[in-house]
Every structure is written in structure tokens, then in C-alpha cells.
Design a protein around this ligand. Structure first.
Ligand code: FMN
Ligand code: ATP
Length: 393
């Protein structure tokens, strides 16, 4: 099987681990559900293209385990569903159907919205579980695991997310290592694709502003910014139904003329006990005021998860931006980040690529301990901050 072979022969250990885990999830699912009971939700995007090949490989390994291997490119009996929309890019539509033809996918095209379409599908077919290309950075991944029942109010099925823990870089490492086709829009600077009304190429890949040329998606250095091309278009007299033409990041320009508001939260028992003077807060207030921002509130809270979470929760609905400092070090008593996660209802996960970057800059002195990494990082941030203070008056 060409995918399995390509991954086993490559020298990317991290990719091999991700691949092994993802195909294991597929094999577990195929052991739990019959082929008639599962479906694959495919939309021609990069994540679902990865998932297609993970499913092909997982199905191959599943059959191999049963001693009935068929290496045929078109041996893919899992029902595939595609929610086709008139707002989809034509390139996405044609890639979806071309790929279906190449790999012999039995594709059911659904023209309803997700919920109604799934309701109709589940009435008609014995489907109990659906494979999705959802990844941890997606807004819709919040609270999901590799096996997650559909949400309350949705028809009942199991959501299967084999690539949930894959990063943007993992996705591209896989597609390029396996040399599989992907939608041509990704070579034109699109990094995550929604509809023609809300998606433009990612400005971070712009080669030069004048030529309007973009580098391919796999060259985006920081995968956390993959959704920067998902522009929020202001509504217009035509109901906002104008294809996005400008770049996603420039949509922030519309804010320039209105006054932005900020809240400032200091976290630290020492400040509340009066043992430490908060110098940063007044400094931030002055700086923000000098650039035309309005500071709505400046508060101090105890170094405890619930206090931080409650204050963040309160302030985030009032201000355009909340500044928070204190309690972000490597000690167990530093709980600010956990408090912020609680306020947003998300769980904390290590950012593996950032960790790798830190290891790279810390170099040989690194023992591999995560606490050590964050304390060393703090040191560097302090040095950079001092430097910044010296050169910026
Ligand atoms: C097969 C399938 C199952 C879904 N199940 C759920 C669900 O259980 N709960 C939910 O809130 N959204 C569900 N959705 C909607 C997605 O979470 C999400 O809104 C959609 O994929 C659009 O994502 P985007 O905004 O990143 O394009 C489902 C979508 C699909 C295609
Ligand atoms: N129109 C659709 N039809 C079928 N499945 C869909 C559709 N939209 C989303 N999905 C499912 O939800 C998953 C997550 O969607 P998402 O848009 O985040 O990823 P993607 O489209 O694969 O890649 P990209 O982020 O580059 O657009 C998809 O991989 C697919 O499984």
C-alpha cells in the first residue's frame, strides 16, 4: 500500500508516530463498527485529504490483520458524504469529484445544511459513526476527543477524529511525503478554505503586495495562523454576498478609525498583600492611552484558577482586548494560563512545534524538562524585554 510504504520509508519520526496513532484509531473504529455503519465526511480540504489517505491506509491495515489484503487503489468501501454548497470554490468541488473518481469513493452528495443532511442520512442508512478531518486548532474541535458523540441537538452518531492531534505542519509533512494530490488553491496561498464569501489567500504568504502573488500553503511558518485568510466580510447591501477579494488580515484596518478598548488584569497574591508594587499596569495604561486606546478597567486578582477565570470571563465580553500578566511562569502556583483556558472552556495542550522551537534556541543545555523550558523561555523574554526598553524610548 503506497501510503503505508511512503511513511515507513521516510525519516520523519514525528510523522511516523502521528500516522501510527491515526491509523490505529481507524483500525479501532473498524473493529467496533461494520463498514456499513461508518461514513467519511469529505470536502476536498487539506485535512480531509489527509484523512482520506489515513482511512485508506487504516482500512488496508485492518484487512491485513484479517489476512484479506487488496492493494488495489480503488479498494475503499467506506461511504463518503460531501455537503455540496453553491458557495464552495469551484476548485474544491472539482478536486472532490476528481479524487472520488481516482480512489473509487462511493460519494453521496448532500445539498442540505449539515444537521438536516445528517438527519436525513441517518434515517436512510444504518450509519453510527462518521470520520472527520477535525484538528485540535479548529474552532469546532473544542471539547472533542478522538471518539466524541455528536453534540446534544444533533442526530446521534459517533464523531471519529483520527487526526485530532495533528498540527498544520504534520498535515503538510504527510501530503508532501506521500506525494498525494491536494486542491490547487493551497498552491495559491490559501491555507484554510471556507466559502468563496469568507476566504482569501493568507497575507503571511504574500510575495509582494503589488503583484498579489502568494507562496504555497506548505510554506506558512506558523501553522497557528492558518485561518488568517478566513476574512470576516462586513455585511453590505447585498447581504455580504460579495466574494472576498482583500486579504484577511487587512480586514483589521476597519478598526483603525474607531477607539479600541482594553482591560488590564494583574495576577498575583504579592500585589494584593501589598508586598509588591504593580508597575506594569500604570505603564500599560499610559502606553495604551498614548496610542489612542481607552482602558476600561485595571484589576488585580489572586493567583488561583477560578479567580483568574472569573475575571477573564467578565472582562472579555467588555473590551476589545484583555491584557493579563503575572502567574505565567513554570511553578505549580502559576495558574494564569489554566485560568484563561477555563474562561474560554478549552483544555490546555502543549504546543509541540513551539516546544521544538524552544529546544532549538536553547540548544545543548536543554534537559528536556518542560518546566525548565518555560523558565529558560522566561529568561529570554526578560532579556528581550530589557533590550526593547533600551532601544525603544
Ligand atoms: C459530518 C459532520 C458532523 C458534524 N457534527 C457536529 C456536531 O455533532 N456538533 C456540532 O456542533 N457541529 C457538528 N458539525 C458541524 C461542524 O462542527 C462545523 O460547524 C463545520 O464543519 C464547519 O466548520 P468550518 O467553520 O471550520 O468550515 C458537523 C459537521 C459535519 C460535516
Ligand atoms: N462541506 C463538507 N462536506 C463534508 N465534510 C465536511 C464539509 N465541511 C467540513 N467537513 C468535515 O469537517 C472537517 C473539518 O473541516 P475543516 O474546514 O476544518 O478542514 P478541511 O476543509 O479539511 O481543511 P481546511 O482547514 O484547509 O479548509 C473536514 O475535514 C471534513 O471531514
Amino acid at each position: 500500500m503506497e501510503i503505508d510504504k511512503a511513511i515507513r520509508e521516510c525519516d520523519d519520526r514525528r510523522l511516523q508516530t502521528k500516522y501510527n496513532n491515526a491509523t490505529y484509531v481507524v483500525q479501532r473504529a473498524l473493529a467496533l463498527y461494520s463498514i456499513e455503519e461508518v461514513a467519511f465526511s469529505f470536502n476536498g480540504g487539506k485535512d480531509s485529504t489527509v484523512l482520506l489517505h489515513i482511512l485508506r491506509a487504516g482500512y488496508f491495515l485492518h484487512k491485513k490483520g484479517q489476512n484479506s489484503v487488496n492493494g488495489d487503489l480503488k479498494d475503499f468501501p467506506i461511504r463518503t458524504i460531501y455537503f455540496e454548497s453553491p458557495c464552495a470554490f469551484p476548485e474544491i468541488n472539482s478536486f472532490t469529484y476528481d479524487t472520488a473518481a481516482i480512489y473509487g469513493l462511493q460519494i453521496d452528495t448532500i445539498s442540505l445544511d449539515f444537521k438536516s443532511g445528517l438527519e436525513a442520512l441517518l434515517k436512510e442508512k444504518p450509519i453510527r459513526a462518521i470520520f472527520l478531518g477535525v484538528r485540535i486548532g479548529d474552532p469546532t474541535a473544542v471539547g472533542q476527543e478522538q471518539f466524541s458523540p455528536s453534540s446534544p441537538g444533533w442526530p446521534p452518531f459517533m464523531r471519529l477524529n483520527p487526526i485530532l492531534d495533528w498540527s498544520y505542519r504534520d498535515v503538510w509533512a504527510f501530503l508532501l511525503t506521500c506525494k498525494v494530490n491536494y486542491c490547487s488553491l493551497y498552491d495559491q496561498g490559501y491555507t484554510s478554505i471556507g466559502s468563496i464569501y469568507d476566504t482569501v489567500p493568507n497575507s503571511l504568504l504574500c510575495i509582494s503586495n503589488s503583484s498579489n502573488k502568494f507562496k504555497p500553503a506548505y510554506l506558512l511558518a506558523d501553522g497557528r495562523l492558518e485561518r488568517a485568510g478566513r476574512a470576516k466580510r462586513p455585511s453590505t447591501s447585498t447581504g455580504g454576498q460579495i466574494p472576498a477579494e482583500s486579504n484577511g488580515l487587512t480586514s483589521q484596518d476597519s478598526y483603525k478609525n474607531s477607539m479600541l478598548t482594553a482591560s488590564i488584569i494583574a495576577v498575583g497574591d504579592e500585589i494584593l498583600f501589598g508586598n509588591l508594587e504593580d508597575l506594569l499596569g500604570p505603564y500599560l495604561c499610559r502606553k495604551l492611552h498614548s496610542i489612542g486606546w481607552s482602558v476600561l478597567q485595571h484589576s488585580a486578582v489572586h493567583n488561583n484558577i477560578d479567580s483568574v477565570a472569573e475575571e477573564v470571563e467578565r472582562q472579555k465580553s467588555k473590551s476589545d482586548m484583555v491584557f493579563i500578566y503575572g502567574g505565567v511562569g513554570p511553578l505549580h502556583s502559576d495558574v494564569t494560563i489554566a485560568g484563561i483556558a477555563k474562561a474560554f472552556g478549552v483544555r490546555l495542550a502543549p504546543d509541540e512545534e513551539f516546544e521544538e522551537y524552544l529546544r532549538h534556541i536553547i540548544g545543548d543545555q536543554c534537559t528536556g524538562d518542560r518546566n525548565e523550558l518555560s523558565s529558560k523561555w522566561e529568561e529570554r523574554v526578560r532579556i528581550i524585554a530589557c533590550f526593547f526598553n533600551m532601544v525603544v524610548p
